[in-house]
Design a protein around this ligand. Structure first.
Ligand code: GLY
Length: 401
Protein backbone atom coordinates (compact mmCIF):
# COMPACT_ATOMS: atom_id res chain seq x y z
CA UNK A 1 0.00 0.00 0.00
CA UNK A 2 1.23 3.51 -0.70
CA UNK A 3 1.91 5.61 2.33
CA UNK A 4 1.06 9.23 2.78
CA UNK A 5 4.63 10.45 3.25
CA UNK A 6 6.81 8.65 0.70
CA UNK A 7 10.45 8.32 1.62
CA UNK A 8 13.52 6.68 0.24
CA UNK A 9 15.00 3.52 1.58
CA UNK A 10 18.55 4.39 2.55
CA UNK A 11 21.61 2.29 3.19
CA UNK A 12 20.70 2.18 6.84
CA UNK A 13 17.10 1.08 6.42
CA UNK A 14 15.30 -1.92 5.00
CA UNK A 15 15.99 -5.57 5.49
CA UNK A 16 18.78 -5.52 2.93
CA UNK A 17 21.33 -2.84 2.19
CA UNK A 18 21.16 -0.89 -1.04
CA UNK A 19 24.88 -0.55 -1.64
CA UNK A 20 25.17 2.63 -3.64
CA UNK A 21 28.72 3.41 -2.48
CA UNK A 22 29.95 2.86 -6.07
CA UNK A 23 28.01 5.95 -7.20
CA UNK A 24 30.56 8.38 -5.74
CA UNK A 25 33.31 7.25 -8.12
CA UNK A 26 30.82 6.95 -10.95
CA UNK A 27 29.64 10.52 -10.41
CA UNK A 28 33.21 11.87 -10.36
CA UNK A 29 34.02 10.03 -13.61
CA UNK A 30 30.83 11.34 -15.17
CA UNK A 31 31.46 14.97 -14.29
CA UNK A 32 35.04 14.80 -15.61
CA UNK A 33 33.83 13.14 -18.80
CA UNK A 34 31.16 15.76 -19.48
CA UNK A 35 33.53 18.63 -18.68
CA UNK A 36 35.60 17.30 -21.60
CA UNK A 37 32.82 16.39 -24.02
CA UNK A 38 30.90 19.60 -23.43
CA UNK A 39 33.82 21.43 -25.00
CA UNK A 40 33.43 19.29 -28.13
CA UNK A 41 29.65 19.08 -28.27
CA UNK A 42 29.04 22.66 -27.14
CA UNK A 43 25.53 23.91 -27.85
CA UNK A 44 24.87 21.50 -30.70
CA UNK A 45 22.22 18.77 -30.44
CA UNK A 46 23.77 15.28 -30.20
CA UNK A 47 21.61 12.31 -31.21
CA UNK A 48 23.63 9.08 -31.50
CA UNK A 49 27.26 8.15 -31.98
CA UNK A 50 28.81 7.03 -35.27
CA UNK A 51 31.20 4.14 -35.88
CA UNK A 52 34.05 6.27 -34.47
CA UNK A 53 32.23 6.93 -31.23
CA UNK A 54 31.54 10.54 -32.17
CA UNK A 55 28.13 12.08 -31.74
CA UNK A 56 26.23 12.97 -34.89
CA UNK A 57 24.05 16.02 -34.55
CA UNK A 58 20.53 16.97 -35.39
CA UNK A 59 19.19 20.44 -36.02
CA UNK A 60 17.23 22.32 -33.38
CA UNK A 61 13.87 21.00 -34.56
CA UNK A 62 14.45 17.30 -35.10
CA UNK A 63 11.87 15.03 -33.60
CA UNK A 64 12.23 14.52 -29.93
CA UNK A 65 15.87 14.38 -28.85
CA UNK A 66 16.83 18.04 -28.60
CA UNK A 67 16.07 18.44 -24.90
CA UNK A 68 18.28 15.63 -23.65
CA UNK A 69 21.72 17.23 -23.93
CA UNK A 70 20.73 20.51 -22.27
CA UNK A 71 18.68 18.50 -19.76
CA UNK A 72 21.72 16.39 -18.89
CA UNK A 73 23.80 19.53 -18.41
CA UNK A 74 21.21 21.03 -16.03
CA UNK A 75 21.33 17.87 -13.91
CA UNK A 76 25.10 18.16 -13.65
CA UNK A 77 24.99 21.92 -13.12
CA UNK A 78 22.61 21.47 -10.21
CA UNK A 79 25.28 19.45 -8.41
CA UNK A 80 28.52 21.04 -9.64
CA UNK A 81 27.54 24.67 -10.32
CA UNK A 82 30.00 24.44 -13.22
CA UNK A 83 28.94 27.58 -15.14
CA UNK A 84 29.69 26.34 -18.70
CA UNK A 85 27.09 23.58 -18.24
CA UNK A 86 24.39 26.19 -17.59
CA UNK A 87 25.61 28.45 -20.40
CA UNK A 88 25.44 25.66 -22.97
CA UNK A 89 22.07 24.42 -21.74
CA UNK A 90 20.63 27.92 -21.99
CA UNK A 91 21.99 28.41 -25.49
CA UNK A 92 20.37 25.13 -26.58
CA UNK A 93 17.04 26.23 -25.09
CA UNK A 94 17.21 29.53 -26.99
CA UNK A 95 17.85 27.68 -30.25
CA UNK A 96 14.84 25.47 -29.59
CA UNK A 97 12.68 28.58 -29.88
CA UNK A 98 12.90 28.08 -33.65
CA UNK A 99 10.79 24.92 -33.26
CA UNK A 100 8.47 26.46 -30.68
CA UNK A 101 7.79 29.51 -32.82
CA UNK A 102 7.52 27.61 -36.08
CA UNK A 103 4.73 25.67 -34.34
CA UNK A 104 3.49 23.61 -37.31
CA UNK A 105 6.00 20.80 -36.82
CA UNK A 106 5.54 20.42 -33.07
CA UNK A 107 4.43 16.96 -31.95
CA UNK A 108 3.63 15.14 -28.72
CA UNK A 109 7.29 14.98 -27.71
CA UNK A 110 7.19 18.64 -26.68
CA UNK A 111 7.21 17.07 -23.21
CA UNK A 112 10.65 15.51 -23.60
CA UNK A 113 11.85 18.74 -25.22
CA UNK A 114 10.72 21.44 -22.79
CA UNK A 115 10.41 19.56 -19.49
CA UNK A 116 14.12 18.90 -19.38
CA UNK A 117 15.09 22.40 -20.55
CA UNK A 118 12.74 25.30 -19.84
CA UNK A 119 10.80 23.75 -16.97
CA UNK A 120 13.95 22.45 -15.36
CA UNK A 121 15.50 25.92 -15.69
CA UNK A 122 12.36 27.50 -14.28
CA UNK A 123 12.59 25.17 -11.28
CA UNK A 124 16.21 26.20 -10.75
CA UNK A 125 16.01 29.92 -11.46
CA UNK A 126 12.38 31.03 -11.49
CA UNK A 127 12.97 32.61 -14.89
CA UNK A 128 9.59 33.66 -16.30
CA UNK A 129 10.64 33.25 -19.90
CA UNK A 130 11.43 29.60 -19.17
CA UNK A 131 7.98 29.26 -17.59
CA UNK A 132 6.38 30.83 -20.66
CA UNK A 133 8.06 28.29 -22.94
CA UNK A 134 6.85 25.46 -20.75
CA UNK A 135 3.28 26.73 -20.85
CA UNK A 136 3.32 27.11 -24.63
CA UNK A 137 4.58 23.53 -24.94
CA UNK A 138 1.88 22.30 -22.56
CA UNK A 139 -0.81 24.15 -24.50
CA UNK A 140 0.39 22.52 -27.68
CA UNK A 141 0.43 19.05 -26.13
CA UNK A 142 -3.08 19.37 -24.71
CA UNK A 143 -4.32 20.61 -28.09
CA UNK A 144 -3.27 17.27 -29.58
CA UNK A 145 -5.92 15.45 -27.59
CA UNK A 146 -8.41 13.68 -29.82
CA UNK A 147 -11.57 13.90 -27.76
CA UNK A 148 -13.47 11.18 -29.66
CA UNK A 149 -10.75 8.57 -29.19
CA UNK A 150 -9.43 9.91 -25.88
CA UNK A 151 -5.81 9.86 -27.03
CA UNK A 152 -2.95 12.24 -27.70
CA UNK A 153 -2.04 12.22 -31.37
CA UNK A 154 1.68 11.61 -31.69
CA UNK A 155 2.69 13.12 -35.00
CA UNK A 156 1.92 15.28 -38.01
CA UNK A 157 1.44 14.45 -41.64
CA UNK A 158 5.06 14.30 -42.74
CA UNK A 159 6.59 12.99 -39.53
CA UNK A 160 6.23 9.32 -40.30
CA UNK A 161 6.16 7.22 -43.42
CA UNK A 162 2.44 6.97 -43.23
CA UNK A 163 -0.47 8.19 -45.27
CA UNK A 164 -2.37 9.48 -42.27
CA UNK A 165 -0.65 9.62 -38.88
CA UNK A 166 -3.41 11.65 -37.23
CA UNK A 167 -4.75 8.60 -35.42
CA UNK A 168 -1.42 7.25 -34.18
CA UNK A 169 -0.53 7.23 -30.53
CA UNK A 170 2.54 5.66 -28.95
CA UNK A 171 3.57 4.40 -25.52
CA UNK A 172 6.39 6.98 -25.30
CA UNK A 173 3.62 9.56 -24.83
CA UNK A 174 3.41 8.64 -21.15
CA UNK A 175 6.72 10.43 -20.64
CA UNK A 176 5.31 13.69 -21.98
CA UNK A 177 2.38 13.90 -19.58
CA UNK A 178 4.29 15.46 -16.65
CA UNK A 179 4.36 18.59 -18.80
CA UNK A 180 0.58 18.72 -18.42
CA UNK A 181 0.59 18.01 -14.68
CA UNK A 182 3.16 20.78 -14.28
CA UNK A 183 1.04 23.24 -16.29
CA UNK A 184 -2.00 22.54 -14.14
CA UNK A 185 -0.01 23.01 -10.95
CA UNK A 186 1.60 26.15 -12.29
CA UNK A 187 -1.57 27.83 -13.54
CA UNK A 188 -4.15 26.36 -11.17
CA UNK A 189 -6.15 25.33 -14.23
CA UNK A 190 -7.06 21.62 -14.16
CA UNK A 191 -7.66 21.28 -17.93
CA UNK A 192 -4.12 20.07 -18.66
CA UNK A 193 -4.35 17.45 -15.96
CA UNK A 194 -7.74 16.24 -17.26
CA UNK A 195 -6.12 15.60 -20.64
CA UNK A 196 -3.20 13.72 -19.06
CA UNK A 197 -5.54 11.48 -17.08
CA UNK A 198 -7.85 10.82 -20.04
CA UNK A 199 -4.88 9.80 -22.19
CA UNK A 200 -3.52 7.59 -19.40
CA UNK A 201 -6.86 5.76 -19.24
CA UNK A 202 -6.64 5.10 -22.99
CA UNK A 203 -3.08 3.82 -22.63
CA UNK A 204 -4.18 1.45 -19.88
CA UNK A 205 -7.03 0.19 -22.03
CA UNK A 206 -5.25 -0.20 -25.35
CA UNK A 207 -1.49 -0.35 -24.73
CA UNK A 208 -0.93 -2.31 -21.53
CA UNK A 209 -1.33 -6.02 -22.25
CA UNK A 210 -2.67 -8.68 -19.92
CA UNK A 211 0.86 -9.84 -19.08
CA UNK A 212 1.98 -6.22 -18.50
CA UNK A 213 4.14 -6.02 -21.58
CA UNK A 214 3.04 -3.14 -23.81
CA UNK A 215 2.08 -2.27 -27.36
CA UNK A 216 4.33 0.28 -29.02
CA UNK A 217 1.76 2.03 -31.23
CA UNK A 218 -1.99 1.95 -31.53
CA UNK A 219 -3.70 3.41 -34.58
CA UNK A 220 -7.12 4.92 -33.96
CA UNK A 221 -9.58 6.23 -36.49
CA UNK A 222 -9.18 9.96 -35.83
CA UNK A 223 -12.81 10.62 -36.79
CA UNK A 224 -14.59 7.87 -34.83
CA UNK A 225 -12.02 7.02 -32.18
CA UNK A 226 -12.25 3.29 -33.01
CA UNK A 227 -9.08 1.23 -32.69
CA UNK A 228 -7.93 0.24 -36.16
CA UNK A 229 -4.88 -1.83 -35.28
CA UNK A 230 -1.82 -2.29 -33.11
CA UNK A 231 1.42 -1.41 -34.86
CA UNK A 232 5.08 -2.01 -34.14
CA UNK A 233 7.93 0.39 -34.78
CA UNK A 234 11.28 -0.28 -33.16
CA UNK A 235 10.24 -3.60 -31.65
CA UNK A 236 10.43 -6.93 -33.47
CA UNK A 237 6.69 -7.28 -34.06
CA UNK A 238 3.25 -6.28 -32.81
CA UNK A 239 3.36 -9.06 -30.22
CA UNK A 240 6.97 -8.70 -29.12
CA UNK A 241 8.13 -6.64 -26.15
CA UNK A 242 10.39 -3.81 -27.28
CA UNK A 243 12.45 -3.04 -24.19
CA UNK A 244 12.60 0.74 -24.59
CA UNK A 245 8.87 0.88 -25.11
CA UNK A 246 8.47 -1.16 -21.94
CA UNK A 247 10.75 1.25 -20.13
CA UNK A 248 8.64 4.23 -21.24
CA UNK A 249 5.68 2.45 -19.66
CA UNK A 250 7.59 1.67 -16.44
CA UNK A 251 8.69 5.25 -16.02
CA UNK A 252 5.50 6.79 -17.42
CA UNK A 253 3.12 4.84 -15.17
CA UNK A 254 5.25 5.59 -12.11
CA UNK A 255 5.03 9.29 -12.99
CA UNK A 256 1.27 8.99 -13.59
CA UNK A 257 0.87 7.69 -10.05
CA UNK A 258 3.23 10.28 -8.62
CA UNK A 259 1.10 13.08 -10.07
CA UNK A 260 -2.37 11.65 -9.47
CA UNK A 261 -2.10 9.24 -6.52
CA UNK A 262 -4.62 7.07 -8.34
CA UNK A 263 -4.22 3.57 -6.80
CA UNK A 264 -4.91 1.79 -10.12
CA UNK A 265 -1.96 3.60 -11.68
CA UNK A 266 0.28 2.43 -8.87
CA UNK A 267 -0.81 -1.16 -9.32
CA UNK A 268 -0.13 -1.02 -13.05
CA UNK A 269 3.19 0.76 -12.51
CA UNK A 270 4.27 -2.06 -10.21
CA UNK A 271 3.11 -4.77 -12.60
CA UNK A 272 4.86 -3.23 -15.61
CA UNK A 273 7.99 -2.75 -13.51
CA UNK A 274 7.83 -6.38 -12.36
CA UNK A 275 7.54 -7.50 -15.98
CA UNK A 276 10.59 -5.43 -16.95
CA UNK A 277 12.65 -6.74 -14.03
CA UNK A 278 11.64 -10.35 -14.72
CA UNK A 279 12.92 -10.06 -18.31
CA UNK A 280 16.37 -8.78 -17.39
CA UNK A 281 19.28 -11.09 -18.20
CA UNK A 282 21.82 -12.07 -15.61
CA UNK A 283 23.88 -8.90 -15.97
CA UNK A 284 20.79 -6.69 -15.66
CA UNK A 285 21.33 -4.90 -18.99
CA UNK A 286 18.19 -5.38 -21.12
CA UNK A 287 18.20 -6.83 -24.60
CA UNK A 288 16.66 -4.59 -27.26
CA UNK A 289 13.49 -6.69 -27.34
CA UNK A 290 12.43 -9.17 -24.68
CA UNK A 291 10.72 -11.50 -27.17
CA UNK A 292 13.45 -12.28 -29.66
CA UNK A 293 15.67 -15.35 -29.40
CA UNK A 294 18.32 -14.17 -26.98
CA UNK A 295 21.93 -15.31 -26.80
CA UNK A 296 25.34 -13.75 -26.22
CA UNK A 297 25.22 -11.88 -29.52
CA UNK A 298 21.76 -10.32 -29.09
CA UNK A 299 22.12 -6.53 -28.94
CA UNK A 300 21.29 -4.81 -25.69
CA UNK A 301 19.63 -1.47 -25.21
CA UNK A 302 21.23 0.41 -22.35
CA UNK A 303 18.87 3.35 -22.94
CA UNK A 304 15.94 1.10 -22.01
CA UNK A 305 17.73 0.07 -18.84
CA UNK A 306 18.44 3.67 -17.86
CA UNK A 307 14.92 4.93 -18.51
CA UNK A 308 13.43 2.00 -16.59
CA UNK A 309 15.85 2.54 -13.70
CA UNK A 310 14.66 6.13 -13.38
CA UNK A 311 11.08 4.86 -13.34
CA UNK A 312 11.92 2.29 -10.66
CA UNK A 313 13.36 5.06 -8.51
CA UNK A 314 10.19 7.15 -8.92
CA UNK A 315 8.12 4.09 -8.06
CA UNK A 316 10.24 3.34 -4.99
CA UNK A 317 9.85 6.92 -3.80
CA UNK A 318 6.08 6.34 -3.67
CA UNK A 319 6.23 3.13 -1.61
CA UNK A 320 7.02 2.25 1.96
CA UNK A 321 10.54 1.01 2.62
CA UNK A 322 9.64 -2.66 2.52
CA UNK A 323 7.87 -2.52 -0.83
CA UNK A 324 10.39 -0.07 -2.28
CA UNK A 325 13.34 -2.33 -1.64
CA UNK A 326 13.03 -4.61 -4.67
CA UNK A 327 12.71 -1.63 -7.02
CA UNK A 328 15.69 0.12 -5.47
CA UNK A 329 17.77 -3.05 -5.68
CA UNK A 330 16.82 -3.49 -9.34
CA UNK A 331 17.56 0.14 -10.24
CA UNK A 332 20.91 -0.05 -8.46
CA UNK A 333 21.81 -3.32 -10.21
CA UNK A 334 20.86 -2.06 -13.69
CA UNK A 335 22.76 1.21 -13.42
CA UNK A 336 25.82 -0.32 -11.72
CA UNK A 337 26.15 -3.03 -14.35
CA UNK A 338 25.77 -0.47 -17.13
CA UNK A 339 28.39 1.76 -15.52
CA UNK A 340 30.83 -1.14 -15.28
CA UNK A 341 30.20 -2.80 -18.65
CA UNK A 342 29.09 0.01 -20.94
CA UNK A 343 30.60 3.20 -19.51
CA UNK A 344 32.94 5.18 -21.79
CA UNK A 345 35.42 6.74 -19.39
CA UNK A 346 38.14 7.60 -21.91
CA UNK A 347 38.06 10.18 -24.69
CA UNK A 348 37.51 7.47 -27.30
CA UNK A 349 33.82 8.26 -27.45
CA UNK A 350 31.64 11.32 -26.95
CA UNK A 351 28.89 9.20 -25.42
CA UNK A 352 28.71 8.41 -21.71
CA UNK A 353 27.38 4.87 -22.12
CA UNK A 354 27.32 2.66 -25.21
CA UNK A 355 25.23 -0.48 -25.83
CA UNK A 356 22.19 1.49 -26.98
CA UNK A 357 19.97 0.30 -29.82
CA UNK A 358 18.17 2.95 -31.82
CA UNK A 359 16.17 0.95 -34.38
CA UNK A 360 16.97 -2.73 -34.70
CA UNK A 361 14.35 -3.61 -37.37
CA UNK A 362 15.92 -1.01 -39.65
CA UNK A 363 19.48 -1.97 -38.67
CA UNK A 364 20.15 1.57 -37.46
CA UNK A 365 22.22 2.45 -34.42
CA UNK A 366 23.18 -0.86 -32.81
CA UNK A 367 25.61 -0.70 -29.88
CA UNK A 368 25.84 3.07 -29.97
CA UNK A 369 25.52 5.86 -27.46
CA UNK A 370 22.11 7.49 -27.57
CA UNK A 371 21.68 10.91 -26.06
CA UNK A 372 18.59 9.77 -24.17
CA UNK A 373 20.51 6.78 -22.79
CA UNK A 374 23.14 9.24 -21.56
CA UNK A 375 20.48 11.57 -20.12
CA UNK A 376 18.69 8.84 -18.17
CA UNK A 377 22.04 7.46 -16.97
CA UNK A 378 22.74 10.84 -15.38
CA UNK A 379 19.23 11.08 -13.94
CA UNK A 380 19.38 7.55 -12.52
CA UNK A 381 22.87 7.98 -11.08
CA UNK A 382 21.84 11.29 -9.56
CA UNK A 383 18.89 9.59 -7.87
CA UNK A 384 20.88 6.58 -6.67
CA UNK A 385 23.68 8.60 -5.11
CA UNK A 386 21.12 10.56 -3.10
CA UNK A 387 19.54 7.53 -1.47
CA UNK A 388 21.11 8.44 1.85
CA UNK A 389 19.74 11.96 1.58
CA UNK A 390 15.98 11.51 1.56
CA UNK A 391 14.98 15.16 1.35
CA UNK A 392 17.16 15.82 -1.65
CA UNK A 393 16.35 12.49 -3.24
CA UNK A 394 12.73 13.13 -4.00
CA UNK A 395 13.66 16.28 -5.88
CA UNK A 396 16.54 14.74 -7.74
CA UNK A 397 15.05 11.52 -8.99
CA UNK A 398 12.95 12.90 -11.75
CA UNK A 399 14.01 16.48 -11.77
CA UNK A 400 11.60 18.20 -14.08
CA UNK A 401 8.87 15.62 -13.94
N1 GLY B 1 10.74 7.88 -28.56
C1 GLY B 1 11.39 7.20 -29.60
C2 GLY B 1 12.24 6.07 -29.16
O1 GLY B 1 12.13 5.60 -28.05
O2 GLY B 1 13.07 5.66 -29.94
Amino acid sequence: MPKAQPSFTSKSKGTRMIDNSWTDDAWTALVEKVKDTSQVIGDKFPAMTDENGRYSYTDNTWRWVTGFWPGLLWLLYEDTKHAPFADIALSCEMQMDAALNEYVNLHHDVGFMWQLTSIKRFSLTGDMDARRRGLIAASHLSSRFNIVGGFLSAWNKNDVNDSDPRGLSIIDSMMNLPLLYWASEETGDPRFRHVAIAHTETVIKHFIRADYSVNHMVEFDPFTGEVIRVRSGQGQSTTSAWSRGTSWAVHGMALAYKHTKEPRYLEIAKQVADFFISELPEDNVPHWDFRVPRDASTPRDTSAGMCAACGLLVLASELDDQEAEKYLLAANAIVKSTYEKYGNWSNDSDGIIHGGTFNHPQGLGIDVSLIYGDYYYVEALSGLRRLEMPDRARKAVSPAM
